[in-house]
Ligand binder design. Structure first.
Ligand code: ADP
Ligand code: GLC
Length: 490
């Protein structure tokens, strides 16, 4: 199958969160399964061209945009550890600046930047004579690929048998745009925009809604989130649109790259290990504690370590953390290591917490992939008390590293972490449901009681390590969805 994946983030080139992981690992897996996969993303100013061997092609594509035409250079690279061709769209007006989305509210011209990317993707495919069987767009940024395919490119014989699949990674970001600008950039008559139309929500152009309404198939990143966004406020106002497409909405659980995330071979960690050599986690724990700056006495006293690697936003459960943690830290029952960056108040809270509980807390501000591996390997528990979580990847990394997840059982967290039962000795973690500091506290106590309590401590960690969340299963499921989408255009 010819698959054209268009996304605003693709790991390892440009990453803010899990979207990049998925847009980078799925193509590799599809390619191994025998498909011809091409990726299109912007050449952002801070992508290191030399590091990734990205070179300029002798190809300038013209992109119809509004009533005029703009031009984009096309650069090329090969996705590391794969044979997948990656095409970078370069436009000095849109992408030369550093950053992917811009800070806080985003760049003012994000409508224009991402609509340009979406239109350029079609033009790049045509210029390369690559006829996609499916165009796979992700989140609001490239959602308009779906109406572009069904309203504009439908008249182009080149795309006559191309199906459109749209994947929702996060309903919290929908791309609310000025309708006049958006319709113009998409080359659509302004009269097609009216109250209740497939582009409109609350009087704005809603890119996410347009993707949902025009796609042949809509997927989201876990089965539970697929239910939540249709039937609960997690749909963030688009429940009706999603319900109208119910027959075509499918939850496909994310997966992880099990070669990159493998405690038996991981080059970033101090001591590699398997389920049979779990005791080596202790070496990783000690070196992690030293690395983040705990004193020798603290390193040697063997308190349980709770790790977190995350964007610091409300989504990740910061408000209940803020109320639940101090009590546990006052009791001195755990050590906390957090790596992340994000909202100022969250960073300040963690900085203050580190200051106040200096023997128990370390907050490393920033983005650091090698350290994220060492936190997964060196922690005893991994904490993810999310307010909402479409899927979540870091709890899957934790499972693979035998690090017991403590999660709120919603969205993908509910689909990937099972409560440990000391009677049956089945289960992989600890879950709680109510979004409250008390519930989180109780979950922490429940989890901490398991620490080194044998045989449970060994069982729960081995159960976790034996879970198979490989991207290969996810990739196969997407191929099935792609074939259903294709049936709709035949
Ligand atoms: P989300 O996409 O909502 O941020 P996910 O769990 O799906 O959550 O994916 C987050 C991804 O970003 C994971 O690969 C995680 O390891 C990575 N990540 C998040 N914050 C950091 C950080 N500060 N340093 C390194 N990696 C990070
Ligand atoms: C989003 C979600 C996260 C999901 C990721 C990849 O950023 O917040 O839960 O794992 O996308 O699909």
């Amino acid at each position: 199958m010819n698959i054209l994946l268009v996304a605003a983030e693709v790991s390892p080139y440009a990453k803010v969160g899990g979207l990049a992981d998925m847009a980078g690992t799925l193509p590799r897996a599809w390619s191994v399964l025998g498909n011809d996969v091409r990726i299109v993303l912007p050449l952002y100013g801070n992508i290191d061209k030399a590091q990734f061997g990205i070179t300029k092609l002798d190809l300038l594509v013209s992109v119809p945009f509004g009533s005029w035409t703009e031009y984009a250079e096309v650069w090329h690279g090969i996705l590391p550890d794969s044979e997948v061709d990656v095409y970078f769209v370069r436009s000095s007006d849109y992408y030369d600046r550093p950053g992917i989305y811009g800070y806080h509210d985003g760049f003012e011209d994000n409508d224009r930047r991402f609509m340009f990317l979406s239109r350029a993707a079609f033009e790049v495919a045509r210029a390369l004579d690559f006829k996609p069987d499916v165009i796979h767009a992700h989140d609001y940024h490239t959602a308009v690929c779906m109406p572009l395919l069904k309203v504009q490119y439908i008249h182009d014989p080149f795309f006559a048998s191309t199906a459109g699949v749209f994947t929702i990674h996060n309903m919290a970001f929908q791309g609310f745009f000025d309708p006049l600008r958006a319709m113009e950039f998409c080359g659509l008559p302004p009269s097609d925009f009216y109250s209740g139309c497939w582009y409109e929500h609350d009087g704005c152009f809603n890119a996410m809604k347009s993707g949902i309404m025009f796609a042949d198939k809509v997927t989201t990143v876990s089965p539970t989130y697929a239910q939540e966004i249709r039937w609960t406020p997690e749909g963030k106002g688009l429940q009706g649109a999603l319900q109208s497409r119910s027959a075509d909405v499918i939850g496909v659980l994310n997966g992880i790259n099990t070669s990159e995330w493998d405690p038996a071979t991981d080059q970033h960690i101090t001591a590699t290990y398997t389920p049979a050599t779990l005791e080596s986690k202790t070496d990783n724990k000690r070196s992690l504690l030293r690395e983040v700056g705990f004193a020798d006495d603290d390193v040697s006293d063997d308190l349980p370590v709770v790790g977190m690697v995350t964007r610091l936003t409300e989504q990740k459960g910061l408000s209940i953390l803020q109320h639940a943690l101090p009590q546990h830290l006052r009791e001195g029952s755990l050590r906390l290591v957090v790596l992340g960056s994000g909202e100022h108040h969250a960073e300040n809270f963690l900085r203050d917490l580190e200051h106040e509980y200096h023997h128990h807390v370390r907050f490393v501000r920033g983005y650091n992939e090698p350290l994220s591996h060492r936190i997964q390997a060196g922690s005893d528990y991994y904490l993810m008390p999310s307010l909402f979580e479409p899927c979540g990847l870091t709890q899957m990394f934790a499972l693979r590293y035998g690090t017991v997840p403590i999660v709120r059982g919603i969205g993908g967290l509910g689909d990937t972490v099972e409560e440990y039962d000391p009677i049956t000795v089945l289960g992989t973690g600890v879950r709680f449901y109510d979004y409250s500091a008390d519930e989180l506290s109780r979950a922490l106590w429940r989890a901490l009681r398991l620490y080194k309590q044998e045989p449970h401590w060994t069982h729960i960690r081995r159960n976790a390590m034996n879970v198979d969340n490989s991207i290969v299963h996810t990739a196969e499921r997407y191929l099935e969805v792609f074939s259903w989408a294709q049936e709709k255009v035949r």
